[in-house]
Write a protein that binds this ligand. Structure first.
Ligand SMILES: [Zn+2]
Ligand SMILES: [Zn+2]
Length: 150
């Protein structure tokens, strides 16, 4: 049987890594913490969780690498172009958190929250239309599937 039409699909910047996701993405927010800024190279992270079992990676040139940014936190990226693709916790590897900038499929949901606003860059101007939290958003606002959200 061939794979059904995926819910989402994406790729790294050079195109050597491509993926298909056979499940809707979880809700997401914009995280302004230092790690998300460094890992994304931008003002904030924008990441959504999916089950690894629903994630189908194509890596014909074997460019996928993982970096352990803190104990038990793995970040998967393309070693050719540097694009981040997803991250996961070693303690919960069955959930991965997709870097939404790597999506090629349309996603027209709005973020639920700005998180870790206490850590944001001075040049990052946040609008007032989406709720802001100094650190994690409470789960009833945004459930960050596969993260260390308490
Ligand atoms: Zn690449
Ligand atoms: Zn963050």
């Amino acid at each position: 049987m061939t794979n059904p039409q995926p819910e989402h699909w994406g790729s790294c910047l050079c195109g050597s890594l491509t993926y298909r996701i056979h499940q809707p993405l979880s809700d997401f927010g914009y995280c302004h913490c230092r790690s998300c800024r460094k890992a994304s190279g931008s003002a904030h992270g924008a990441n959504a969780g999916v089950a690894r079992a629903a994630f189908e990676l194509s890596d014909p040139q074997h460019t996928l690498r993982e970096f352990e940014s803190s104990a038990g936190k793995l970040r998967a990226f393309c070693s050719n172009c540097g694009s981040p693709l997803y991250a996961y916790l070693a303690a919960n590897p069955e959930i991965i958190r997709i870097r939404l900038g790597s999506l090629d499929s349309p996603l027209n949901e709005a973020p639920r929250a700005h998180t870790f606003v206490s850590d944001k860059a001075g040049w990052d101007h946040i609008g007032l239309d989406i709720p802001q939290f100094e650190t994690w958003a409470p789960r009833h606002v945004l459930e960050q599937t596969g993260s260390r959200q308490p």
